[in-house]
Design a protein around this ligand. Structure first.
Ligand code: UDP
Length: 425
């Protein structure tokens, strides 16, 4: 449906380029969210510019995705990859560049939707210079993250301070699950305007491939019991728990148990180091014969993996939302996930999959075994999972909720006389 609202809006994602390949270091759910929301909003008639930081001279400064939707890469600091914990010092340059870009174009954005705390700072600074409405999605909260890691980075204090100011001052914060909302209210601040709008998935991209067809394409035996993980190689993703659970599975030793681990990695980088560590554990536990590292899975092939799997496992230590869970569910595949964060919202235990305490390999092994040993129940869980995604997590539904929110906020921020004109028009 094409509406006539042609407002220019900016989605800001300093640290997650929406036009980049997904599945490698620091490129994951946030990039997918911004890109899909951008596309869907553009389809609805918004003029969407998505801003990110340029990390390589080979990257185009502007990528036009569709007539109303483009990614714009601004130069802020050295044009190279810089980890999220080290970008803050370059943000003032990002704000200046964004302002210059608007001046060159001869317009300003009436509404910006910022993503992750770094972009929230950019938005709040820009708001000091021009009138705009700011909507923010955290994607990850420092207050939670720092509970789950041993090495607290030097930037932690600044991040916590910015996240609090953001919650208390921006026009609207979007929580992607009721759990995230509760965490904001209890751990960040009780002051703040929060709406709950979940993440989504492209329901047409998943769910119409038969298991047998997928397996034939991937060379996986029809009688294999396939356990699947896909995501970034990061210790917080809990891949170690999954590997140890498979080693404890009662089905271990049966020729047809298969563990497939998907996700990109680069030798020597943090994801490559984690991949090597996981491969070491696989080796140590004697799982080499039944484990495959599938590498980065692009959007063409990924639906086949989800369709081929008997169970998809999301063993994260913490997960603010977890797109992989709903992608698997959209593919009629039940999910065994950690009983944390957004996974408590997406996965309904005993209905669309099972939840297990994070880092508890025994509980994960039991949950995986329950599903693998009962194909009828596996299919029932899979069908209910698909249904849940169709009703609650389609990008179009998500974007339409965001679109309503933007329209509401823009109408509120517009002076009464202009509002009347808009109504008359
Ligand atoms: N992904 C992918 N190919 C890969 C690994 C990951 O397309 O090889 C995608 C995955 O399908 C999902 C996103 O990366 O859309 C990961 O998002 P999620 O929210 O699960 O985790 P995050 O990376 O944000 O921690």
């Amino acid at each position: 449906m094409f509406q006539t609202n042609k407002h220019r809006i900016a989605l800001i994602s300093v640290s997650g380029d929406p036009a980049v390949e997904i599945g490698q270091e620091e490129a994951g759910g946030q990039n997918v969210y911004v890109r899909q929301v951008g596309y869907a909003l553009a389809e609805m008639g918004w003029q969407v510019d998505m801003f990110t930081r340029r990390i390589s001279p080979d990257q185009a400064a502007i990528v036009q995705h569709s007539p109303n939707c483009r990614t714009i890469r601004l130069t802020a600091g050295p044009v190279e990859f810089i980890g999220r914990d080290h970008i803050f010092g370059y943000l003032p340059e990002f704000v200046d560049e964004l302002q210059r870009f608007q001046e060159r174009q001869g317009y300003t954005y009436e509404l910006i939707h910022t993503n992750y705390w770094l972009s929230s700072w950019v938005g709040m600074e820009l708001k000091k210079r021009q009138k705009l409405v700011q909507v923010h999605t955290y994607h990850s909260l420092g207050a939670i993250k720092y509970k789950t890691i041993a090495d607290i980075p030097a930037i932690a204090t600044k991040r916590l301070e910015v996240e609090k100011t953001c919650l208390e001052t921006v026009d609207r914060v979007v929580a992607t699950s009721p759990q995230e909302r509760e965490h904001m209210e209890t751990l960040v601040s009780q002051q703040g305007q929060i709406d709950m709008i979940p993440c989504g998935t492209d329901i047409n991209n998943f769910g119409d491939i038969e298991k047998s067809v997928a397996r034939e394409k991937l060379g996986i035996a029809p009688d294999a019991k396939m356990v699947f993980y896909v995501g970034r190689f990061d210790p917080r993703k809990g891949i170690e728990t999954l590997v140890r659970a498979v080693a404890q599975s009662s089905l271990r030793g049966e020729a047809n148990l298969q563990l497939v681990i998907g996700g990109g990695s680069r030798p020597g980088q943090s994801d490559g180091i984690e991949r090597d560590r996981i491969a070491g554990i696989v080796d140590e536990l004697g799982l080499n014969d039944c484990t495959t590292f599938a590498g980065r899975l692009d959007h063409e092939i990924l639906p086949y993996y989800y369709a081929a799997a008997d169970v998809c496992v999301v063993p994260s230590h913490y997960e603010p939302f977890g797109l992989v869970a709903i992608e698997a569910m959209a593919s009629n595949t039940p999910v065994v996930a950690s009983d944390v964060g957004g996974l408590q919202f997406t996965v309904v235990p005993e209905v669309t999959g099972l939840l297990a305490p994070p880092q508890d390999e025994v509980a994960f092994a039991k949950a995986i075994d329950r599903i693998l040993s009962n194909p009828t129940w596996r299919d029932e869980l899979g069908a209910a999972a698909r249904q849940r995604v169709e009703t609650t997590f389609s990008w179009d539904g998500v974007a339409s909720q965001l679109s309503k929110l933007y329209t509401h906020l823009l109408t509120q921020s517009t002076p009464a006389t202009v509002k009347k004109e808009a109504v008359a028009a």
